[in-house]
Design a protein around this ligand. Sequence first.
Ligand code: NAD
Length: 331
Amino acid sequence: GIASPTILVTGGAGFVGSNFLRYMLPRYQSYRFINLDKLTYSGNPNNLMDIRPYSNHSFIQGDIGDPDLVDSIFREYGIDIIVNFAAESHVDRSIRDPRIFVQTNVNGTQVLLDSAVKHGIKLFVQISTDEVYGSLQDEGEFTELSPLAPNNPYSASKASADLLIRSYSNTYSLPFNIVRFGNTYGPSQHPEKLIPMTILHALNDQPIPIHGQGLTIRDWVFVKDNNAAINTVLHYGKRGEIYNIGSGEEKRTIDVVHFILEILNKPKDLIRFVEDRPGQDYRYANNPAKIMNELGWKPEYSFEEGLYKTIEWNIKNKNWWKNVNKVKEHI
Ligand code: NAD
């Protein structure tokens, strides 16, 4: 290990990345964190407000796909580790407009990899998804050895990045870990995603659009558990290994929505079934046995606990996503 590494966190103004900084900054005050984020529609400066008091990090607005910028960051700060969260992250958007997904998730990752190799980085942690494995029927789970079989442009772009990293390891001896996690939820997630969308629509008595009949099955991980897992891999992961993160909390989408409506005491007739996603994946279930057995991580939040925390947060922060562009002008 490195005593006090400088860590480039990309996408740190987004949902998982900002929660990661919130998790790491107080715990590792001797480390330095550089947050590189383009502030796309899903990057929110509000996500960075409460970590401002920590002096062990800086924010740079910019694109991971900009080779001059990325290289200048390496030269100026001497990056030891990258944790790459930056991505286009929404499947529905990737179906409408795949181009930006390839640009950021594939080309952007490749730019980071080039600088990482050129400057001899100690570790590249790629944040990936169980969606790279495609879809399951009712039986079985994904392991790290499951074949890659992505079914939509988002998951294909993430799988492509994972393969590039593998190739950089083999060709240029890049030290890496890939962390693949299931559906994540928690405070400050963009309201285009199922759980915050349902909570906010329900609070405002607005219709809640649900794909198909809501019969897809997802494995839900609370964001803090996820960040603990990423931290575990960063410090103790065996280099060159892939780790799946999952909670075993498998839920049908419709049951998640019913559960939220019940907690908020809102009627089920807010639900509107809308046309299913083309090529919709039926089920994801990510087996975390490897990280649990080899590195000792385990999830601490039940789905119920995590969901209560997420609902509470959304009630307190109803305006988090309003005026985001105005906030951006002031950072
Ligand atoms: P998000 O959309 O909330 O955040 C993405 C962040 O990346 C934003 O702050 C955005 O401004 C930034 N970004 C986008 N393009 C960029 C670019 N070209 N250069 C620099 N920054 C850029 O997404 P999230 O949910 O926080 O996901 C983070 C990572 O975790 C992604 O890599 C995603 O694939 C992965 N992941 C997420 C989930 C989930 O359920 N949220 C599940 C599995 C994997």
